[in-house]
Design a protein around this ligand. Structure first.
Ligand code: AMP
Ligand code: GLY
Length: 440
């Protein structure tokens, strides 16, 4: 079986590792934007280019006689790569362009939930211009709003009142900036609670959820600093989250299932790929933050590291619309993923600084992201550089493994030492307890 992985970050490295574990021994190919040494070593052909060059990628996929293509990042989904691959009879994991709007347009998603009366949205309005912006900000109230660029901004198009915006005039200024960038935007009520990610496999008919994960979007410890692509994440052995009730999980599942039904009804098309709901547990129940139409990064490293089933079988079942729950088994283990990122990330990262990963003890759980290899030497190119994952029976043990490994990576890098620690988990649990008590 010939499988094409599109993308070359740590998420795609995790996908490649999961495929390599398959007893079916697939032959792997990659269309990449960077030279990822972890992927490169394990692929028969490795093409470097623009992942929105649909024509070139379809041509290669035909030439390589690809059976299944897996699209990792969001940009090629927005460019309609899945559409053209399917049109060329190449079965593809990753939804078509119109379905991927669930990620590529924040306004589309909020409006879809409204149209199909799906619960879980905060109060919101979408804007094409600045008229009424001030009055809507005032309606939500000082400190109670979030502003989001409508389109893809690599996790950096969102600013939250209190954290990044400190007055209505600052908020207005951010809207002006977005408008100058040609972005429409959504302003919504700020949700207070704890975030979690629920990724599901979707074969176009039904959803099979993966273990829940909590990502950490803020750059610095104690959740301070700007939003990033995600600094690290954890999952626990029972596949739930320590601060969630069974009802919270049911609500998130219900929102995901209703959204799949709504997308199917809206477009009369099969959603094949990953549907990833990003939720906030609040004192009033679960609310939707956003959707992604692909594996999360870093969440892919958490879930794929403990996938026990044959990933190739899952991929075949996804594209044929025949995925069964029994085909998707995850080990009852905890995982902690930590990213090492260049000093100055995300606003003013150092670029092209040498890094050294040779001290890492378990390369099986080392994932390359924004790095470049030149003459046998590794360089961090400016975005999240490398991730490590600790896998163990308890979260405490998994965190210790990840922390020890990341400290073995040398270079002008930093990471969040607090991710997955007992103290941080306890803080999350206490936070939810306090919020829920306030509500009675
Ligand atoms: P997004 O790109 O939509 O995932 O947003 C990035 C981050 O902004 C999220 O992970 C949250 O931490 C925060 N955020 C987004 N929407 C809201 C909201 N309505 N209320 C509070 N925080 C939010
Ligand atoms: N974990 C955040 C993302 O993949 O967008």
């Amino acid at each position: 079986m010939n499988i094409l992985v599109i993308g070359s970050g740590a998420r795609e490295h995790a996908i490649v590792k999961a495929l390599q574990r398959s007893p079916q021994n697939p032959i792997l190919y990659c269309c990449a934007t960077t030279h990822n040494p972890g992927i490169y070593l394990h692929t028969k052909e490795y093409w470097l280019g623009n992942l929105c060059d649909n024509e070139a990628i379809v041509h290669l996929a035909r030439q390589w006689e690809i059976d299944i293509a897996i699209i990792g990042p969001e940009a090629p989904l927005e460019c309609g790569l899945a559409d053209v691959l399917w049109q060329s009879s190449i079965a593809t994991i990753g939804p078509q362009k119109k379905l991927a709007q669930i990620e590529t347009s924040k306004a589309f998603t909020r409006n879809l939930l409204k149209k199909y009366r799906i619960p879980g949205s905060p109060d919101y309005r979408s804007f094409q211009d600045l008229i009424d912006v001030k009055s809507f900000l005032q309606t939500l109230g000082e400190g109670n709003y979030v502003i989001k660029a409508n389109g893809l901004m690599g996790g950096k198009g969102v600013k939250v009142a209190g954290d990044h915006l400190h007055s209505i005039s600052e908020a207005y200024q951010f809207c002006e900036e977005l408008q100058q960038l040609g972005q429409s935007f959504v302003i919504e009520e700020k949700l207070i609670g704890e975030e979690f990610s629920m990724l599901c496999f979707c074969d176009g008919n039904s959803l099979i959820p993966m273990p829940l994960v909590q990502d950490h979007k803020r750059a610095f410890i104690h959740d301070a600093g700007p939003n990033t692509g995600g600094m690290g994440s954890y999952s626990i052995a029972n596949h739930r989250m320590p601060f969630l009730t069974a009802k919270d999980i049911e609500q998130a599942q219900h929102i995901n299932e209703s959204v799949l039904d709504a997308l199917t009804a809206e477009f009369r098309a099969r959603y094949v790929g990953i549907l990833y709901g990003s939720f906030m547990a609040t004192k009033e129940g679960v609310r939707l933050i956003e959707y992604n139409a692909r594996f999360g990064d870093p969440e892919a490293m958490n879930v794929l590291a403990i996938l026990q089933s044959d990933f190739v079988t899952i991929c075949e079942a996804l594209v044929t619309g025949k995925l069964q729950r029994s085909q998707v088994q995850f080990a009852q283990l905890a995982t902690v993923c930590k990213y090492a990122v260049p000093e100055g990330y995300p606003d003013h990262p150092l670029k092209n600084e040498m890094i050294d990963v040779s001290g890492v003890q378990n390369p099986e759980q080392l994932y390359f992201a924004a790095v470049d290899e030149r003459a046998g030497q590794l360089y961090a190119t400016g975005s999240r550089a490398v991730a490590v994952v600790g896998v163990a029976e308890t979260l405490t043990a998994a965190e210790k493994i990840a922390e020890a490994e990341i400290n073995r990576i040398k270079g002008k890098l930093f990471h969040r030492a607090d991710i997955g620690t007992d103290q941080l988990i306890e803080k999350r649990v206490q936070h939810m307890k306090e919020l829920r008590q306030c509500y009675v």
